[in-house]
Design a protein around this ligand. Structure first.
Ligand code: PFF
Length: 473
């Protein structure tokens, strides 16, 4: 264990940084649409149950692996399994995953930055044109946005865990909360807003089937940044005697509360734009919603508050999502960075410089995969569809391997670290955890049904995505 490993300065620092990682595009856009399409309050209820009864134990496993080993994923796996080759390979997957997610998330963040920039420049009307997005992603301005976003992310990371990641989260997260509350307050004053709220909250249990349950669990899992190595890495920066279970509960609660509030923002806005909307028509992808549908809705606000007012609302929205994306991007980039610093004994500066160059190269490959280069645009074909390089990264690393990584963390705890040691780590700084209901629940669930559920979700995603068959609904 390294005596001089960087640490968060306070428990609040850890909570805000971990919540900053968890609160992302998934919460702000993916969650409201998933809830609206899948039974409103019924989905919310199932989602909340999954957060508490499945995701929280996995989160406790990941954070405690990090805090105990004081390592990023691969070394953490190696250390807990006493150098076992198979587990080290599992740890490698837990490291490769965040690296690749960082690549595609960088691309989405630069689009957000571009939209923020355009809205602030008075060009909301351009963004509202349905054809704009397709042209925008292939303009050369993208490269300037790429440089700007990387400058922000790497500036934060260069400044270190306490003065960079923690400080950034301490500024951006409260700002994000304030902007979210302001926007929710505003949209609730719009005509038909409450039809949207009703649609979002009133439960429709007839929509619940096996596939909706699968969606709720997958959404909860990635919304909490599980399976991405982030919680292991941030856990390794947590102070030894901080209350780990209490902090994890707080992060899970904050993430869920933000997702819920995002629904109170998006659904009323959609219904005020079109009270007769058929929510089945809403795009499943967060990207489609943010970059093509919402700008139209923001522009329509000009009838009430003028073009300047509509642009201000849109700017606040894009800034909110941009902050959420930046704190997530910082967290995911820190995983490979921490691994490089730890295993190659590089300074933070040297490690980040190497990482910046390599992520930049992959990001540019993604940028070229929207039509600029044919071999990247039609990179592979599976599941009956042609996939670009960008799609493949999302399918493999975002949509498929996360539950597998979560499963590996659980199995590592069970078979190598052993439950008693795991619980001892959780009890440090949290004496009330000992013999608590949560302790008993975590113990039983992690040894029985959670690994089974994660395995089933992983196998179902593989079968569905790559072979077009689904055994869950
Ligand atoms: N919890 C994040 C979200 O809901 O968007 C997931 C995430 C994605 C975290 C990408 C970090 C990241 F780079």
């Amino acid at each position: 264990m390294s005596a001089n490993r960087e640490q968060f300065g306070s428990r609040l620092g850890f909570i805000l940084a971990a919540a900053g990682s968890a609160v992302g595009i998934g919460n702000l856009v993916g969650f409201p649409v998933a809830a609206a399409k899948n039974g409103g309050g019924a989905f919310l209820l199932i989602y909340a149950l999954f957060v508490v009864f499945i995701c929280l134990p996995v989160m406790l496993a990941e954070i405690s692996i990090g805090r105990h080993t004081q390592h990023a994923p691969m070394s953490a796996f190696r250390s807990l399994s006493s150098g076992h080759k198979g587990w080290t390979a599992g740890g490698f997957l837990a490291l490769l995953t965040p690296y690749m997610i960082a690549v595609f998330y960088t691309v989405i963040t630069i689009w957000l930055f571009g939209y923020l920039f355009e809205t602030l420049s008075g060009n909301l009307d351009k963004l509202a044109d349905p054809a704009y997005f397709g042209a925008f992603i292939n303009t050369n301005d993208i490269f300037w946005y790429l440089i700007a976003v990387n400058a922000i992310v790497y500036f934060i990371l260069f400044s270190g865990v306490k003065d960079g990641i923690e400080k950034g989260a301490k500024i951006m997260m409260p700002a994000l909360f304030v902007m979210l509350i302001l926007l929710v307050g505003f949209v609730l004053t719009l005509d038909n807003a409450f039809a949207g709220v009703r649609y979002y909250i009133v439960p429709d249990f007839s929509k619940i089937n096996a596939s909706v349950i699968n969606t709720a669990l997958s959404q909860a899992f990635f919304s909490l940044s599980l399976g991405m190595g982030i919680m292991i890495t941030y856990g390794s920066y947590m102070q030894r005697d901080d209350d780990l279970p209490g902090s994890a509960k707080f992060v899970a609660f904050t993430d869920t509360a933000v997702a819920f509030c995002a629904g109170l923002l998006i659904m009323p806005a959609i219904f005020s734009f079109n009270p007769d909307i058929d929510t089945a028509e809403l795009s499943d992808s967060s990207v489609g919603l943010i970059f093509t549908f919402l700008p139209k809705i923001f522009l329509a606000l000009q009838a009430n508050i003028g073009y300047g007012g509509a642009s201000a609302v849109a700017s606040i929205f894009f800034l909110l999502v941009f902050f959420a994306a930046i704190t997530s991007l910082v967290s995911i980039t820190e995983v490979p960075n921490s691994a490089i610093m730890g295993s190659m004994k590089y300074s933070r500066k040297k490690s980040l410089s190497m990482l910046a160059v390599s992520v930049l190269v992959f990001s540019i490959l993604c940028i070229y995969s929207f039509g600029r280069a044919d071999w990247l645009t039609s990179f592979m074909s599976y599941g009956g569809a042609n996939k670009s390089f960008f799609d493949v990264i999302i399918d493999v690393f975002y949509d498929t391997v996360l539950p597998l990584n979560g499963l590996l963390s659980c199995l590592l705890v069970l078979f190598h670290w052993k439950r008693a040691n795991f619980h001892r780590e959780l009890e440090r700084g949290a004496p009330n955890y000992r013999h608590s209901f949560l302790e008993r629940y975590v113990d039983v669930s992690l040894t029985t049904f959670i690994p089974v559920i994660l395995l089933v979700i992983f196998l179902n995603t593989v079968a569905y995505k790559y072979f077009g068959v689904s055994f869950i609904g």
